[in-house]
Design a protein around this ligand. Sequence first.
Ligand code: HH2
Length: 277
Amino acid sequence: MSDFRIMGVVNVTPDSFSDGGRYLDSAAAIAHGVELESEGASILDVGGESTRPGAAPVSEAEELRRVIPVIEGLIEQGSKAQISIDTSKSAVAVRALAAGASLVNDVTALRGDPKMAGVVADAGADCCLMHMLGEPRTMQRDPRYGDVVGDIKGFLEERTAFAVQAGIALERILLDPGIGFGKTVEHNLELLRRLDELVELGRPVVIGTSRKSFLGRLTGREDPDDRVAATIATNVLAYERGARVFRVHDVAPVRDALTVTAATVSAPWKTPTSTTK
Ligand code: HH2
């Protein structure tokens, strides 16, 4: 049994930054989710609203229309994966939870909709609290921090306390630094470099670097599909620093990379003492 979980991304959107429009049709999104599960995803994160910088908001009715048939279809197909709903709207979470989702991935960390915390608490669902500076439309305009890791750690601590106060069990909470959400390339790299400091909070850390633009900036790869190797590098590093949930589009290669990483780091590395061949 591996000690990490892969969260496969199932975007049912026309405008997601890397796969927008590819799985807009429910049948295509369901088939994609089934494929990601067969590749090793134990969580499927179904989302109907893009959070890319500058993305336009989506109405509740439209978001429901996109995601609910996909969740229902995955369950009908006998999916064993945990279904996560990537939404900030409590009404979408309510319907998704009723349809079979059991994890709410809210990129606003329960700040976007005042009813969201109560919905998660009442359902006894798992909940991913993610850091974002500002809001998607404007978040990449000159983001600034005192100490990016310290600020985000404080934020995640405060949001965890808020969630627990609202009746969400601590054991149900996952934490995510929100790579790319109001962060420069250097902020993202520092978060990855010092991820162990967030792991100290004692909850599973989720990391979502998959195909993101900072990887394109570093490698010169403009097409997000060409950022798989870069995605793997960040996930391997994040595992080594203690992250245990990996939100990715490319499940099969990340699964192989993490399987080898986990097998390697589970035994302590010893300095060779002998030079005999
Ligand atoms: N990143 C995206 C969306 N949701 N949720 C969590 N917990 N962590 C992340 O890093 C994260 C997230 C953005 O990626 P994607 O879904 O591919 O793009 P878009 O928001 O354009 O649909």
